[in-house]
Design a protein around this ligand. Structure first.
Ligand SMILES: Cc1cc2nc3c(=O)[nH]c(=O)nc-3n(C[C@H](O)[C@H](O)[C@H](O)COP(=O)(O)OP(=O)(O)OC[C@H]3O[C@@H](n4cnc5c(N)ncnc54)[C@H](O)[C@@H]3O)c2cc1C
Length: 420
């Protein structure tokens, strides 16, 4: 039986096909549905599942075309992972603005769910998309680019519009990043000025197990280089105000786990794609045996959201492997959790105990501000109509889905719950 990466979901699909060309894909799509598309299977819920046919994208031929300046674009076909794409970009002297915590995920699957890294000034991975090419439910090709009326609806698409077979992303000249971990920052000081903490570097994450509510476990600061001469001094003072201290050896986000799987730390400079993800491509990212949930709240509500989670620490900690707090810049993509507002993501890596986790989530969801949007690819229990209410352009997306796929061949139980 075929499962997702975390092993918490066995796909119900009657068959999984692996087309090896766009022609083969078109043949599949002109046959009987329903269909869903499968990327690298890193989602934790039934978003990618179907009772019908799963179309795996892993054997579609990958072709990458980098147009460095003038242009600063990468175009590719097929379904590469970020970890496949990054070294090619680096060889051409270009880079992406950000990456998620792991390079193992497919670009198309990450973009489809609004996947993000961290950075006050950096948008979600989908915000780098400038063009998207689909093969739609009827086997027809369809392309949209920035500036087209439907483009902002089609990027974060939940796999509901067809199979993405090509993408164009913004790139920029390559750059180095240095990553430093600080230990035991105080929560009161963090919450007194959250903006000061999340702006300590280009990309900042707070990790904690909520076993204590006075101090968080770690602060990971990824700093794009070069930095101004007095930046280190200013950061040192800010870190001191948090009561934190630099780690003296490499750390895993979960204290106590070996750091071999993690990207280099201790301030050693390195290329963007070997520092921005927390985990290295050659190793299992995160823990492996886990579930994940995440809620993204507008920055204005972030302190209230974190206080709400802190108040539930006693119930959260026994099921939790680690919680991570990140930031994402606002975008205009209709189904992006960062649509219309800079957001703070509050992420939970849980033990793989689905009944216990889904029993606890309603309490967390009730305590969070009503503006919190759940990550599309992770575990949540908020009812579909409530999720829908939290996206001002949701009805526009529903209409777009109808235009792309009038017979609903890409619909599944997950989309039904959302009224799509
Ligand atoms: C260990 C781990 C760490 C993670 N870290 C982060 C993180 O740092 N930040 C974050 O935001 N999320 C994170 N995630 C969540 C992850 O990024 C998302 O679940 C993402 O969708 C995974 O991409 P995938 O290719 O594996 O998608 P899949 O699970 O295979 O599919 C997800 C959705 O994308 C659609 N899809 C996939 N490929 C295509 C295609 N070619 N055309 C159309 N639709 C397609 C599917 O139909 C489905 O709807 C993490 C997940 C794991 C397991």
């Amino acid at each position: 039986m075929e499962r997702n990466w975390a092993g918490n979901l066995t796909y119900r699909a009657g068959r999984i096909l692996h087309p090896e060309s766009v022609d083969e894909l078109v043949d599949v799509l002109t046959g009987d549905g329903p269909f869903r598309v499968l990327g690298t299977r890193h989602s934790f819920n039934d978003l990618a599942d179907t009772d019908g046919t799963l179309i795996a994208t892993d054997r579609l031929p990958v072709q990458v075309d980098v147009q460095a300046s003038p242009g600063d674009i990468v175009r590719f076909t097929g379904a590469p992972r970020y970890g496949d794409l990054a070294p090619i970009l680096q060889r051409h002297g270009v880079a992406l603005a950000n990456l998620a915590s792991l390079p193992h995920i497919s670009v198309a699957g990450a973009v489809a769910t609004g996947t993000h890294g961290s950075g006050d000034g950096i948008g979600s991975l989908a915000s780098a998309v400038r063009g998207v090419g689909f093969v739609t439910a009827g086997g027809e090709p369809r392309s949209l680019g920035r500036g087209d009326a439907e483009f902002a609806g089609a990027v974060v698409n939940l796999g509901a519009l067809g199979v993405v077979t090509s993408l164009e992303l913004d790139v920029e000249p390559t750059y180095d990043v240095a990553q430093t971990v600080y230990e035991a920052p105080g929560w009161d000081a963090i919450l007194a000025d959250l903006d000061a903490v999340t702006s300590l570097g280009t990309s900042v994450s707070i990790f904690t197990r909520w076993s204590r509510t006075d101090v968080a476990d770690q602060l990971w600061v990824k700093q794009r280089l070069p930095v101004e001469a007095d930046a280190a001094e200013r950061r040192g003072a800010a870190v001191e105000r948090l009561g934190a201290r630099p780690a003296t050896q490499a750390r895993h986000p979960i204290i106590g786990l070996p750091a071999d799987a993690c990207t280099a730390q201790l301030g050693v400079p390195g290329p963007w794609f070997e520092r921005l993800p927390h985990f290295r491509l050659q190793f299992t990212p995160s823990v492996g045996e886990e579930l994940q949930s995440e809620y993204l709240v507008p920055r204005a509500h972030a302190v209230a959201a974190l206080e709400a989670v802190r108040a539930l620490a006693g119930r959260i900690a026994p099921l939790l492997q680690v919680c991570e707090v990140r930031t994402v810049r606002a975008d205009d993509l209709w189904l992006s959790p960062a649509y219309g507002a800079d957001v703070v993501g509050i992420h939970f890596t849980w033990l793989r105990d689905e009944p216990a986790v889904t029993a606890l989530l309603p309490a967390i969801e009730a305590a969070l501000p009503v503006t919190a949007r759940p990550h599309w690819g992770k575990v949540f229990t908020l009812p579909g109509d409530e999720v829908r209410r939290r996206y001002p352009r949701f009805d526009d997306f529903a209409a777009l889905r109808e235009r792309f796929d009038p017979e609903g061949r890409f619909r599944n139980a997950y989309l039904d719950r959302l009224g799509l």
